[in-house]
Design a protein around this ligand. Sequence first.
Ligand code: NAD
Length: 486
Amino acid sequence: MNYGLYINGKWVKSTSDETFESVNPATEKSIGNFAAGNELDAKKAVDAAEEAFEKWSSTPAPKRGEILLRAAQLLKENKERLARLETIEMGKILEEARGDVQEAIDITEYMAGEGRRLFGNTTPSELPNKFCMTVRRPIGVVGVITPWNFPIAIPAWKMAPALVCGNTVVFKPASDTPLCAIEYVKILEKAGVPKGVINMVTGSGETVGSAIVKNKKIRALSFTGSRDTGDWITKNAGIKKISLEMGGKDGIIVMDDADLKLAIDGVIWAAFATSGQRCTAASRVIVHSSIKEKFVHELVIRTNRLRLGSGLKSTTDMGPLINEAAVRKSETYTQVGRNQGARMLCGGVRLPGRGFFFKPTIFENVTIDMKISQEEIFGPVLSIIEFNKIDEAINIMNSIEYGLSSSIYTKNIDMAFRAIEKIDAGITYINSSSIGAEVHLPFGGVKQTGHSREGGITGIDEFSEIKTVYVDYSGKLQKAQIDNRK
Ligand code: NAD
């Protein structure tokens, strides 16, 4: 099956007529051929989005919200079909794929409601007979560049707020999951998003992605992906509003008073769900030395019970990695971990035969200078690091260049608040896994993870501009900072 680009309301071939394949990571079988767009296709998409902007931005926001509500309804009706498709294209187990689609439903519904809010502020003036307020305006054409690990939810996290705010969109999905992206765009199309308002160009990051990044008609970019790509975007985008959601090296602290079963449930979910391919996956457990032995013993038993296989089977706990390169990366880091003196307790190998399966892997005797405790592996490889005092645990937590998610298991409220105050991360969970974002709260990180806060009301801030308005009805020239001192 061949799939095209979506430009100005039409499904079209790429100008070059070249294609690329997407494969099922569990079987390595082809899913279809997708148009490999190029710079010219990206330009056409941006021009179409620019052309559509005037009409879309003048459409009343509640009307834009109604279209999103229809899209949410269509996502609900298609939830099971989309989830299966996502498992086939991306590999995550069906239950998690359903969660991904549900996240898209939730954010689309939330943002539909924003059509009747999009609040500004009012505030008093320092001068009499003068009124002050802020109003929101759309930014213009927005470039949306997404990764493959949440192939429906992440595009929805970005496009729903972008659309309700009145922007038009040029969307460049990841090349490992183009079919999920196409299905999402088809839902928006069916819901009634007018032609030109969303445009999608599949193809490589180096050609299509960089053409979007550098295009001067694009006024804002919303990017989720790796730190290196985000770094490149920052250096090449020129003057644009940029939202960056990048890598993580998230940690979970387990204190000596923690409920061990609860902590182990949380660590297994954080380290091995989506085969460790979540930006909020925990790849470090920072565990108190007095309980370390018991904790590790139980954790390894539970990990060895995880069943690898096709995500479509209800008996599978962990699906494949996304592609061959991802398996090699996990293999390489496993070797590096051993070379640097960490002790491997389980896993460390790929499964023989077809598919990109890598066994869940745990290392102990890990120190903070080791590469496996510093670099994002984006696979099922977990490091155990010991500590004795809470300050030491927090130093370990903060010893990395990223700062996305974090968690602490403790019954001591003082320790919990110390963690909330001192951990350098965008998200801290107390007695819960490092995974679990809800769409109506801000999501994002600090340090090398980036600085945006998509989701919730702060998502609206990312996709709108604030205009400050002063209405002076005094009938005379009033000078701020001067006249109120007389
Ligand atoms: P990636 O950076 O390789 O690719 C992301 C997107 O950028 C893809 O669509 C890709 O084609 C495009 N791209 C690549 N080069 C480009 C360029 N020069 N210009 C413009 N676009 C370009 O990342 P990935 O491997 O798809 O995703 C995994 C990464 O994403 C991990 O680091 C993970 O932590 C991160 N991630 C972060 C979050 C978050 O919210 N912080 C969420 C999910 C994933």
